[in-house]
Ligand binder design. Structure first.
Ligand SMILES: Cc1cc2nc3c(=O)[nH]c(=O)nc-3n(C[C@H](O)[C@H](O)[C@H](O)COP(=O)(O)OP(=O)(O)OC[C@H]3O[C@@H](n4cnc5c(N)ncnc54)[C@H](O)[C@@H]3O)c2cc1C
Length: 359
């Protein structure tokens, strides 16, 4: 394969999905463009809890990348990136192959941080990458056992509500109070739903390590079991530290409001892997950045002024309650109910339809 591109999109995150969709419906930048993705599908995080709760089927929650790329006039390259040289720029794949391009756009997401583990008495299942998570979770369903979930943020709460009733026991561990950063009322509503669903919630219970079949927090055994779901995101991808790109103190790529790397202007970054003041790490910003990114990738190549991404102060969060309803959090507003679940379902299905998923 000729490995030289004019533009490479690395990672099939929410922003690149939007870029491909826009290019499929309007003119794309000139030159040879490729998308590199570890897997042939892009998964939509907002529908993961609904998939676990069996409200959706797998095909409704993921987008086939070869088809979307073909519609956008972009070559699809399946491969896992293991290193990046931003000066050239060059991408090194796990196969040993190197791809080169003039312009590069990174939309690689983030990963939860796994606790330190000794022994093999407990299986740790990270919520990301989604494809591995779903495949393993479905295998677990064949022999149900008690499960603990690590992470008391929106993802951990939604996953607990979706998994409840499918396992003989479900425990949710949160290092601080549940849903920190949201209104206290949202926490109270979530606790009510979790209690009703039979989930045992452990707040202010940070877990530092897994020893054998035990969870250890502050030197004490907090839980015994063999299955742990880790939803403690978002943490940066470790290998980016070696890249030479300018990173923030946590290890995310520092970008300008034009989504351009602060150290390497021919590299763009968006979504969870980027660090932009005011843009929290969630799917809302990753999706919204697509429009600005699509424009800027075209303009940068021909030396035109770039657009800026202006993060909204508040992001709408709709948490599935596991029974077709949803909990809403937006600024100081919180609410719950079936109608919100119907609305969330409509938003999510419309998003997937726009990007070519099977409905
Ligand atoms: C269970 C759960 C539910 C969530 N629900 C919501 C929600 O309802 N609303 C919301 O706003 N946020 C939600 N989030 C957060 C949301 O998932 C993230 O903020 C969002 O996915 C970030 O999107 P992104 O575009 O940065 O990257 P992602 O969508 O995470 O995609 C990253 C892509 O990069 C690829 N990739 C990564 N590493 C490599 C590599 N080395 N080589 C090649 N490809 C690679 C991955 O395969 C993936 O395709 C949820 C998170 C979880 C865990």
């Amino acid at each position: 394969m000729n490995t030289d591109f004019d533009l490479l999109l690395a990672g099939a995150g929410h922003s690149h999905l939007g870029v491909l969709r826009l290019w499929a419906s309007r003119e794309r930048p000139m030159g040879r463009i490729g998308l590199v993705s570890a897997e042939p599908h892009a998964w939509y995080s907002a529908m993961m809890p609904g998939l676990l709760a069996e409200h959706y089927q797998t095909r409704q929650c993921r987008v086939g990348l070869p088809k979307l790329c073909a519609a956008a006039g972009v070559e699809f390259v399946q491969g896992t990136l293991v290193a990046l040289l931003p000066d050239t720029p060059e991408l090194l794949l796990a196969t040993g192959e190197t791809l080169r391009s003039t312009w590069l756009s990174l939309n690689l997401g983030s990963l939860p941080r796994l606790p330190e583990q000794s022994g093999d008495g407990m299986e740790l299942l990270s919520v990301k990458p989604f494809a591995d998570f779903i495949r393993r979770w479905q295998q677990w369903q064949e022999t149900p056992e008690p499960v603990a979930i690590l992470g008391g943020g929106a993802a951990g709460v939604e996953l607990a509500l979706a998994m409840a009733g499918r396992e003989p026991e479900l425990h949710l561990f949160s290092a601080d109070d549940l849903l920190t950063g949201h209104q206290p009322r949202l926490r109270r509503i979530a606790l009510k739903h979790l209690q009703r669903a039979g989930v045992q919630v452990h707040e202010q219970s940070p877990i530092q390590a897994v020893h054998g079949n035990t969870l250890i927090g502050d030197g004490q055994i907090r839980w015994r079991g063999r299955r742990l779901v880790v939803a403690t995101g978002p943490y940066p991808l470790e290998w980016l530290r070696e890249s030479g790109l300018r990173l923030d103190s946590r290890g995310f790529i520092e970008v300008t409001p034009a989504l351009q790397s602060r150290s390497h202007p021919h590299v763009f970054a968006s979504g969870d892997c980027a660090s932009l003041p005011g843009a929290a790490r969630n799917g809302v910003h990753a999706v919204r950045q697509a429009d600005v990114l699509a424009t800027n990738l075209g303009r940068a190549a021909i030396g035109q002024p770039l657009r800026h991404y202006h993060p909204q102060t508040h992001s709408l969060a709709l948490l599935a309650d596991g029974h077709g309803g949803a909990l809403l959090s937006w600024a100081s507003l919180t609410a719950e109910g079936k109608l919100l679940g119907t609305w969330k379902d409509h938003i999510d299905r419309s998003f997937m339809r726009r990007h070519g998923a099977d409905d």
